[in-house]
Design a protein around this ligand. Structure first.
Ligand code: NAP
Length: 241
């Protein structure tokens, strides 16, 4: 079995996910590049390898049971275990997005990817994570998912987000439940707020680079044993739920 730390990053073909893969790869880790688009995945793997990262392709659509099961089998056959799972893949709706004009299909699409996708991938990977000596799970959340921040009038979260923001709130709630279930197993699970990052997700309107946005997820992926679990973090520390 590999001595290297083995990580899977979902949605790693571009944006913040790519930079998380690059940052963890720079630590000498072996990185599964989870992506649904074959061409972009091959490009990302080639670029990471050219930079010296031990990267391998993991075809993965987080909304598809068969795809996620196949990804778990691929990792099992290749490495026999998983040390770190970064659930980064996500989609946004419109912005701003008034709840009064939201159509149910949009809500379902957002929840399917941003919430159920994380649960699907986590549950498929948990048997592999349980074989790790230092297992970690990082879920990509957002400041907009914090009910505390959403209800402080002075905090500017960029306008109304009736579809996307609640999916991150839901994800936060799910993470708390995982942390309770996994308490005492050694598996640390935390959520990251990357900040406002210039990526496809927001038409590159963000003020931070994807590399800057990747920093908190990388920090949470490399927590020491006994570190925090079941919490929400940004670069400055704990963010209120
Ligand atoms: P991005 O550049 O659009 O990247 C999103 C990634 O998720 C892409 O690799 C995309 O793959 C992948 N993805 C989407 N649906 C998928 C699916 N069904 N299966 C597999 N992969 C899928 O956006 P980003 O800003 O880097 O977003 C990464 C994460 O950060 C998201 O969870 C987002 O909500 C979160 N976030 C971003 C910001 C920000 O300011 N950018 C702020 C807070 C939180 P394809 O190439 O195949 O579409």
């Amino acid at each position: 079995m590999s001595e290297k730390t083995i990580a899977l990053v979902t949605g790693a073909n571009k944006g913040i996910g790519y930079e998380i893969a690059a940052g963890l790869g720079a630590l000498g880790w072996s990185i599964g590049v989870g992506a649904r688009d074959g061409e972009r995945m091959a490009e990302a793997v080639a670029k990471l390898r050219a930079a010296g990262t031990d990267a391998f392709a993991v075809p993965l659509d987080v909304t598809d049971d068969a795809s996620v099961d196949a990804a778990a089998r691929l990792i099992e056959e290749r490495t026999g275990r998983l040390d770190v799972l970064v659930n980064n893949a996500g989609i946004a709706g419109g912005w701003p997005e008034a709840p009064s004009t939201l159509d149910p299909a949009t809500v379902r699409r957002l929840v399917e990817t941003n919430v159920i996708g994380v649960i699907r991938v986590t549950n498929a990977m948990l048997p592999l994570l349980r074989r790790s000596a230092h297992p970690r799970i990082v879920n990509q959340s957002s400041h907009v998912g914090s009910l505390t921040l959403q209800t402080i009038p002075e905090v500017d979260l960029g306008g109304i987000s009736g579809g996307y923001a609640p999916t991150k709130t839901y994800l936060n709630a799910v993470t708390i439940q995982y942390a309770k279930e996994l308490s005492g197993t050694g598996i640390l699970i935390n959520n990251a707020c990357p900040g406002y990052v210039a990526t496809d997700l927001n038409g590159f309107s963000g003020t931070q680079t994807p590399e800057q946005g990747a920093a908190i997820a990388i920090h949470l992926a490399t927590l020491p044993d006994g570190g925090p679990t079941g919490q929400l973090f940004d670069d400055n520390g704990v963010v209120p739920w």
